[in-house]
Design a protein around this ligand. Sequence first.
Ligand code: MV4
Length: 507
Amino acid sequence: MAEQVTGINKILIANRGEIAVRIIRAARDLGIPTVAVYSDVDRTALHVRYADEAVHIGGPRPAESYLRKDTLIDVARRTGADAIHPGYGFLAENADFAGQVTDAGMVWIGPSPDAIATMGDKQAARTAVTRNKVPLIPGTAAGMPDDELIHAARAIGFPVLIKAVAGGGGKGMRPVQREEDFEAALNTARREAESAFGNGDVYVEKLLVGARHIEFQILADTHGNTVHLGERECSIQRRHQKLVEEAPSVFMDEDLRARMGEMAIAAAESVGYVNAGTIECLVDRDKNFYFLEMNTRLQVEHPVTELVTGVDLPKEQIRIARGRRMGPTENVLEPKGWAIECRINAEDPYANFMPSTGQITTMLLPTGPGVRVDSGVYTGSEITPYYDSMIAKLITWGETRSEAMLRMRRALSEYRIMGLKHNIPFHINLLNSISFIAGKFDTNFVEQRFNMHTYEQDPTPEELETLAIAATLYAHRKRLLASQVVAPAKRDTSNWKWMSRFERMHR
Ligand code: MV4
C-alpha cells in the first residue's frame, strides 16, 4: 500500500549557526528547498548564504528574533514553507510553538507537543517512564518534611545527594557523605534553594559515585516503529556544558548496550514518542543505569552517531515527518568504528573559558581521511555576545578509538582560527591526557581532575598502579626476550616511528 506521505515542499529552519547549516544540507539532499531566518547581526551568516531564501526577522537578541513564534510562522506562511525544523535550543523544545505550527497547518519536524510537554516537566517525565519500568535513581519524592527525609536518607544509604526540586542542570545539588552531616546539609540546601529558585523544596537520591553520562539516540516513525541507534559518551563536560562526545562509549559492553537500548525505547514509547530524541542516563561504576531525562530534539552531538551508524539524522527526521515508515532495522545497529566530537567554542581556556567575541580574520579548516567539520562560521564572520559560544564542531572517525583520537589530534593541529580566542588548546591537552586516552573518566573529570595549565592532570592512584604494573610487565618481558637463545620473530616496528603513544597503548 502506497505510504501516506505528508507533503513537505519547503522547510523553514527556525535556527541559526552550524545546526541551521546542517539542516539545510539534509533538506537539499532530499531535494527540498529551504528558508533561513536571520537577525540583524546574522545578515551575512553561513546559513543565510546556503538557504534558498532568507528573511530578516528582527534584532540581535533571541527574544527579538529567533524566539518570535508569530513572526516565524508568519514568515513560513509568506514564503510558502509548509514545514518548520527547530534545530536545538531556541524553540526546539517549546510545546506551545510546536502546537502553533501544527495548528497553522504546517508540519512540525519533531515530536508531538504533548511529548515535548511531558518530557519537559521533570516530574511528569519520571512518572511516565516509570509506567514502562524505566529505572530511576533510588531516592525520595519531593515535598517530604525533614524528619522523613533523614529517615529516607538512612534507608537509601550514604553517600546521598540532596537536590532542589526547582534546580536543574547541576544547580541546587549538595552531596552528603555521612549521616552525621545530613541535618546541617539539609538546612543549607533548603536555604540555598529558597534564595536561588524561590522554592526550598528538596528531595534526596543515592549519590552515584564516578557516574558517567551516557545517552541513547532514538528514532521513532508514525507507524509505531521505534529503534535506538546506540549510545554516546558525554561525560566530558564543564559546568554541565558538554565539550567532547564519543560513540560508542568505552564503558559499554554488548549486554549493557542491549539492556540500555531496550530501556531507552521503553522510555520513548511511554509518551508515544515520534521522530528523533535522546534518552540521557547516568551509569555508575557497577554499570547500573538510571534515566535522567529525555531531550525531545536533535542534539548538538548527533554527528558521532551518524558516523558510526551511517544514518543521516536530520534527513531521517524530515522523512519521518513526511510519514515515511522506517525500514525493518535491528534495534541495536552495531556501531562501525569510533567517532569523537570536539565542540569548538569561542572561549578562552586560559581565562576560565570566558566567552570571546570579535571577527574571525583567518580560518583554516582541517580535512583529510575521517575528518568532518560542521561549522556555522567562516573567515570574516563576526562572533557576537548574543548567542551560544559554540561556533563549530570537529568530528573524527576511525576504525578504532586510537585511530579516531590520532585523527582528532591531527585535525586539531590543522585547525586555525585567528581573530578571537577559542578552546582548541583545551582539546589538544585533553587528547594528550593519560586518563582520557585510557578511557578512565567520569562526569567530574574536567572540573575535578583535568588541569589546563599542567600538560597532564595527576593520574589517580589506580592509574599509577596500572602504569606501574605495565612497566613491570614490560621490563620482565624485555629480560625474558634478552635471555632467550633464539631471537623471537622480529616484530615489525619499522612504522613505530610515526605511531604515538595512542597506537602503542592500543596495539
Ligand atoms: C546526579 C549525579 C550523581 N548522583 N545524581 C547533574 C545535572 C543533572 N542532569 C543531574 N546531574 C547529576 N546527578 C545522582 N544521584 C551526578 C550528576 C552530575 C552530572 C550528570 C550528568 C552530566 C554531568 C554531570 C556533572 C556533575 C554531576
